[in-house]
Every structure is written in structure tokens, then in C-alpha cells.
Design a protein. Structure first.
Length: 205
């Protein structure tokens, strides 16, 4: 697997890129990003302090900066968490360091860089959730749920607790409870159990 030094050497060898900062943890990455305002940030989802947390912070404070996750993880859940947090691309460290500058150049031009296997997993995830969203849209909804509320409702239907949903979506438990309250209100049901029951019933029709 390429080290941080390998990555820096590969990028500095390409005239299209200049490495403006390096950091060993999430806090350092956020600090360096805010200070230097780079075009691209390379983060590791497993970095100390959490790459997803750093992505949330950097994407919120520097919306023009493109964030690329470069990590050893090939887990679908990590890919989805990174994209939800604001990453524009997701690369695995098995990539040849000599190929990395070309992948990042694609990101600069507005194209996503994601391994094919993970693209397939992402499409399957979308296919498995989108029919349920379509099934629920109708007269019983006073308002359309937000994307985050759909995610929370879908995870509730899988039997996840508030704490488990918070960990999955990298949110506080109070934020998850707020989303659940909004779902219950918009669906016009009594509680979360009724919301899940409606979700499942509509998904099966």
C-alpha cells in the first residue's frame, strides 16, 4: 500500500499538482484545509479522528474544495458514508501511485473517481432504496421527506436503533431523533413504529 510519502512524491512529480500541506489526523487536516484552501483534499476514512468527520467539516467550510477519500477500505458502508459527508470521489490504496494524478485530474474536471466494484455496489444500494421512496410518495404525505429523512426511515425499517443510525450516518443521537420526529409528522402517523409499518406496507405494494 502506498504511504503518505509515496503519494506526495507521485503528486509532486506531476506538474499539474502542488502539495500545499500534509496532516496525520482529522483535526490537522481540517486546520490545514481551512488555512490553505486547496482545490483537492485527500483524506483516509481510517485516519485518526475519522476521515468522515473531517470530510463533513471541510465540505461545510470549503464547499469549493473537492474531497477525495483514499483508503484501504472497500466497504460499501464506508463509501456511502464518505459520499454523504461530502466526498466527491473514493479511491482505494491498491491504486498504482502513478495513476493517482490522472484520477485526481479527472476529479478536478468534475468527474467522479470510484472503483468499478464500488460503483456497482452504490447502484445496487440506490436500486434497493429508490422503489421504496417512490412507493411512499402520494396523498398521505403532506410534504416530501428530505433525503436524510428517507435514509433515517429506511434504517429504522431495518431495525436499527437511534444510536446505531447515528453511528451509521455520522450524526448525533439528538439529530437522529429530530429527523424521526419530522418523519412522523410528515407521514401523519402516531410514532416511529407506525412510520416503519407504513414504509414497509407501501414498499410491498
Amino acid at each position: 500500500m502506498p504511504t503518505r510519502e509515496d503519494i506526495r512524491i507521485a503528486l509532486e512529480a506531476d506538474p499539474r499538482f502542488q502539495v500545499c500541506a500534509e496532516a496525520s489526523d482529522a483535526a490537522g487536516a481540517v486546520e490545514a484545509a481551512v488555512r490553505d484552501r486547496p482545490d483537492i483534499c485527500l483524506l483516509d476514512i481510517r485516519m485518526p479522528g475519522g476521515g468522515v468527520a473531517a470530510t463533513w467539516e471541510i465540505s461545510a467550510r470549503l464547499p469549493e474544495t473537492k474531497i477525495v477519500m483514499l483508503t484501504t477500505s472497500e466497504e460499501e458502508s464506508d463509501l456511502l458514508a464518505a459520499l454523504r459527508a461530502g466526498a466527491s470521489s473514493y479511491l482505494v490504496k491498491t491504486i498504482d501511485p502513478r495513476r493517482l494524478p490522472h484520477a485526481l485530474a479527472d476529479v478536478c474536471e468534475g468527474r467522479a473517481a470510484i472503483p468499478r466494484d464500488l460503483v456497482t455496489a452504490m447502484i445496487e444500494h440506490f436500486r434497493s432504496t429508490e422503489p421504496r421512496r417512490r412507493a411512499l410518495r402520494g396523498g398521505e404525505l403532506a410534504e416530501r421527506l428530505t433525503s436524510r429523512e428517507w435514509e433515517v426511515l429506511g434504517l429504522l425499517s431495518q431495525g436499527l436503533s437511534t444510536a446505531q443510525i447515528a453511528r451509521r450516518l455520522v450524526l448525533s443521537k439528538s439529530a437522529v431523533r429530530a429527523h424521526i420526529a419530522a418523519v412522523v409528522r410528515k407521514l401523519g402517523v402516531a410514532d416511529r413504529a407506525a412510520a416503519v409499518e407504513l414504509f414497509r406496507a407501501r414498499s410491498e405494494t
